[in-house]
Write a protein that binds this ligand. Sequence first.
Ligand code: EPU
Length: 417
Amino acid sequence: MQKLVIHGGKPLCGEINISGAKNAALPTLCASLLTNDTLKLRNVPDLKDVSTMLSLLKQMGVSILANDQSETELSAVHLTNPTAPYEMVKTMRAAILVLGPLLAHKGEAMISLPGGCAIGLRPVDQHIKGLQAMGAEIMIEHGYIHAKAKKLTGTRIVMDIVTVTGTENLMMAASLASGVTILENAAREPEIVDLAQCLIKMGAKIEGAGTDIITIQGVKALHGCTHDVMPDRIETGTFLTAVTASSGEIHLKGVRADTLDAVIDKLLEAGAIINSGENWIHLNMNKPPKSVNLRTAPYPAFPTDMQAQFMVLNSVADGTAIITETIFENRFMHVQELKRMNANITVEGNTAIVHGIPRLDGAGVMATDLRASASLVIAGLIAQGETVIDRIYHLDRGYERIEEKLSQLGAQIERIN
Ligand code: EPU
C-alpha cells in the first residue's frame, strides 16, 4: 500500500494549474448514456474515480473512443448491459448517477444499492422517489435497484432534502421524459449548472439550474456535443487553505473564483489577502492565521468538502473555532488523526471545537476518506518534522498529481510503496 512522506514546516509558494472538477466530470460522463451520438469531454481530470466510472461505462458496453490528455470521447450506441455491479458501486457511490440516464434512454437499469460509507449513511431514497414519481417501476431485489420504464413522464417533484447527485440523476432522466418536469428544493451546486450546460448543448431544454427550482421540458432525443468540464472548486479551495495555513503565497490558474465565495470569505477572515480575475486567484498570507467559525450547508454556503481542510487551518490559528457539520453525520474522522499530531480538538455531536496551537507535530496518520486525506496532507505540510500518511488511495480518488503540484510549491513530499 502506498504512503505519503512529508517533511513540513515550510511556507508553500508558487504557481499551479487547477484540474477539471471530479464532481462535474462524473455526472457529465454519465450523460453519454443519454444519446447514441458521441460525447466529447475536455478538461477531464486523471483521477481514480474517473477511471472507475469509465470502467463501469465500458462494462455496460459504452465505447471509450479516446481517453488522453484530459479529453474523453464516449459512445453508448452499442450499450448492452445496463448494470452497475456491487464491486464498482461499493468503491464509488457516484455510480448511482447511471440510474437516471439508463432508465430514460434504455428503459431499464440494475444498479447495486450503495452500502454505508465512511462519512455517513448516504441513502439514495430521493433518487428513487423522484424516478417513481416520473412513472418508473422500481424494485429492490438482492441488494440491487431494478428500475424499468417504457417512457418516463414529466411531473412536479419536491425533494425532501437537498441532494447533489439526486438532482443530477433526475435532471438527466427528465431530459428524455415526455412533458415537463419541475424539480423543487433542487441542489444549486456549480457542478449541477455545468451538467445542465452540457445537457443543453446535447439538445436538452433546461431552465433554472443553479436555483432551487429546475424546469426541464423533455425532448425525444439528445445528440452529441463537446463540453469542457468546469475547474475543481474543492481542489482550488484545498490549495488555498494549505497555503493560508503555511503562511505562503500562491497563484492559481484555470480556476473559477465565483464558485468559491463562501470559502474565500473564510480565508479572508483568517487573514489572507486574495485577488482574483476571470480564471485566476492570487493568495498571500503574511501572518499566522486567525480562527474562523464555520457551518457546512448546501451551496452557496460553506461546502462540507472543505470542512476537514479548515479544521487543520483552525488547529494552528490564533483563537478558538467552532465547526459544525450539517451534511454528513460522520465526517469528523480526521479529528482523531489530527489529535495524533497534537491538535487540540473536542467533538460534541456534529460540532468540533478547535483551540489553535502554535504548531502541529509530524506523526504517522491514516487517511479515512478523500477530504480527510487532504486535511492530513495540509497538516503534514505545516507540521514540524516528518508525517507519514497511510491509505492514500483515498487521496488519488479526487486530487490529480497532488505530490507534483505540491512539489511545485516547494513542499517536501514523496510517495513510497
Ligand atoms: N441524502 C439522503 N437521501 C438521498 C440523497 C442524499 O438522505 O436520496 C442525504 C445524504 O445522506 C447527505 C445529504 O443528503 O446527508 C446530502 O447528500 P448529497 O446527495 O447531496 O451527496 P452526494 O450527491 O452523494 C455529492 C458529492 C460529495 C459532496 C456532497 C455534498 C459527487 C459525486 N459527490 O455527494 O462529494 O460531499 O455532494 O456536497 O458529486 C467528495 O467529493 O469528497 C464528496 C463526498
